[in-house]
Write a protein that binds this ligand. Structure first.
Ligand code: 0O2
Length: 233
């Protein structure tokens, strides 16, 4: 079930990716990247500010796209868009979960979803239309993608994730910052939101986990049925 294809774009793998991370470290005036993460420190705040800027850049692109669909096209695949910066506690919890040393280096290199944008679409095919549109953005780089729609997670979770590098223009240079884009249908979003609430920071029984997987399968069937109705309408 969990044979999710992790596609990493080859040219990004080594030097270029390290360059991107070095730029971010420099921009945050973080000279000692092996320094331990301190969520109350100035450096931490500066890093978060840069991630927030990346969200602003990408959010503006999606807002423009949404307005274009709304005003110039017959159909808008976007239902709504949301964004978030991962909270300091949640970043540290994730680093602990991944058994990472709590250094700024690991935070920048290994935590991919500090900045996140979610695009919620109406129908399943709209998700793939959005993926295609993002692929054609000239100024962003796609680092990785995870298609949890074609290959749902063992939990039942369905969503399309793209990890992208977004250009942030600072006074003396443009730096690239990682943002995770989650694209899914309204139905998938409904399931993920409730499942997150049910599971958040607590263990649930095997029976309940199984029931959640079954509800995810039901959601997938509903999505397919709605697509069929749309095609026949
Ligand atoms: P939160 O609290 O939502 O931020 P990676 O990010 O690639 O280094 P990870 O975290 O295994 O490693 O990647 P993955 O599986 O793509 O998950 C990233 C995010 O997707 C999660 O962030 C969740 O937001 C969402 N997600 C993944 N699996 C599930 C799931 O089973 N149920 C729900 N509801 N959401 C899921 P966080 O940090 O785990 O959580």
């Amino acid at each position: 079930m969990n044979n999710i294809k992790k596609e990493r774009i080859d040219y990004m793998k080594n030097e270029k990716e390290n360059e991107r991370e070095a730029d971010l470290i420099q921009a945050a005036s973080l000279m000692k990247i092996e320094q331990k993460v301190d969520k109350k420190a100035n450096e931490f705040e500066k890093i978060m500010l840069i991630y927030k800027s990346a969200i602003k850049v990408l959010r503006t692109k999606f807002d423009i796209l949404n307005e274009e669909f709304e005003n110039f096209c017959e159909y808008n695949p976007i239902d709504h868009i949301s964004e978030r910066i991962k909270s300091p506690d949640s970043i540290i919890e994730k680093m602990n979960r991944k058994e990472l040393d709590l250094t700024y280096k690991n935070l920048i290199e290994q935590v991919n979803d500090i900045a996140g944008i979610r695009i919620v679409c109406s129908f399943k095919d709209d998700v793939f239309k959005m993926v295609n549109i993002i692929e054609n953005f000239q100024d962003i780089e796609i680092i990785e993608r995870k298609d949890y729609i074609t290959n749902p997670k063992a939990s039942g979770y369905q969503s399309y994730h793209m990890l992208i590098n977004v250009p942030v223009t600072l006074k003396d240079k443009t730096i690239y910052v990682k943002v995770e884009v989650q694209i899914r249908t309204v139905a998938m979003d409904f399931w993920a939101t409730l499942e997150h609430k049910l599971k958040y920071k607590k263990e649930i029984s095997k029976k309940s986990s199984k029931e959640l997987v079954n509800t995810a399968k039901a959601i997938s069937k509903l999505d397919d049925k709605m697509m069929q109705i749309k095609c026949n309408a």
